[in-house]
Write a new protein. Structure first.
Length: 353
């Protein structure tokens, strides 16, 4: 089996961050979302991975490399325009050959991994298998109508009147039959080759398509609130590990990770949280569910439930809650301010009165 990971797209829901970085590289629990995806693929024994990239191809290749650090062999496949998930299968045809493959959307986090779904596919080996989860409002998703035998009867994209509460999430398993299907369907009204239409084509042709319900945590990290929620969930799983320097005037309470080269001075850290390598925390309170990226600086500030990307600076600001600070951003404030909620893009500078 091979893997096809989709890491293109414009990431418009995460602007301004995604003007200058790929949405799949935004970190949760101090690890890029894309790396979480690749680790799940590696954990089911797949090592040959094709990553479909778009405008941020060079940045993604620099971050991930050839995959050897993750125990993978990675091939990059360029998609010149976002023409749909089905189009990604088309351009990956030569890489995939006639092998079975798992297709994984690179901005989806499945915290418990995909081993259960992989085992189900290997055991039954249908033409295609979708992974689904129950949602409160299926109208926002592709919806699977599934029989008691787990066979998919129909797939409907964002139905006005859903006949099921099972949303199709970002992991699919395919045999080589999908290649004929993506060529058999026309582009949708929005001009994209939809993978949902291709899977429905398999159903219409009498091929077996099954669904596996994912009962663990799943999140599409394409929005700020989704990123922050995912960060909270993953941080809840960390265990204390102090590898950097923490002075005697600082207090650590709960699960706290201080990475190599980080320094904590006269501060209170209440976990779960992660302080990245080279970060400096001084005279500050870092509350639960906060991730400080590498080389961040937090001085005289109060922050929790937030993500600070590499090199971000927070100086004299607090309380900061539910915020996302981009790489190299600087947020400063004189004393006496109220609570602020901030989404600050890369290399921006904000002075909060």
């Amino acid at each position: 089996m091979k893997a096809l990971v989709l890491s293109g797209g414009m990431g418009t829901r995460l602007r301004p961050l995604t003007h200058s970085m790929a949405k799949q590289l935004v970190p949760v629990a101090n690890k890029p979302v894309l790396v979480h995806c690749l680790e799940n693929i590696r954990d089911i024994g797949v090592t040959e991975v094709g990553i479909v990239v778009g405008d941020h191809a060079e940045e993604i290749a620099t971050e991930i490399g050839d995959g050897s650090d993750l125990g993978l062999r990675i091939t990059y496949l360029r998609q010149e325009a976002p023409l749909g998930l089905g189009h990604c299968v088309v351009i990956a045809r030569e890489f995939l050959g006639d092998e079975d493959f798992v297709m994984y959307l690179g901005d989806n986090v499945l915290a418990e991994g995909i081993a259960e779904a992989a085992d189900a596919f290997a055991t039954r080996r249908p033409a295609a298998q979708v992974v689904v989860t129950k949602v409160l409002d299926p109208r926002q998703y592709g919806v699977a109508e599934v029989g008691e035998d787990q066979v998919v009867r129909a797939l409907v994209e964002k139905p006005r009147r859903p006949r099921s509460d099972l949303a199709v999430i970002g992991v699919y398993f395919f045999t080589a039959r999908i290649h004929d299907a993506v060529r058999a369907v026309p582009p949708s009204a929005r001009g994209e080759l939809e993978i949902t239409d291709a899977i429905q084509h398999l159903v219409d042709q009498g091929r077996t398509v099954t669904a596996v319900e994912h009962s663990g945590y799943w999140q599409d990290t394409g929005r700020t609130d989704g990123l922050l929620e995912c960060n909270r969930v993953l941080l809840d799983r960390v265990e204390t590990a102090v590898r950097g320097q923490v002075d005697q005037d600082s207090v650590l309470d709960g699960p706290v990770v201080v990475e190599h080269g980080a320094t904590v001075v006269r501060s209170r850290l209440t976990g779960p949280l992660v302080v990245g390598s080279g970060a400096v925390v001084q005279d500050s309170r870092i509350g639960p569910h906060t991730s400080l990226g590498a080389n961040c600086t937090v001085n005289g500030s109060d922050v929790e439930d937030s993500i600070l990307l590499r090199g971000a600076v927070l100086d004299g600001v607090g309380p900061v809650r539910a915020s996302l600070l981009g790489r190299g951003s600087q947020v400063t404030s004189p004393p006496g301010t109220r609570a602020h909620q901030l989404v600050v893009g890369d290399d921006c500078r904000a002075v909060v009165a």
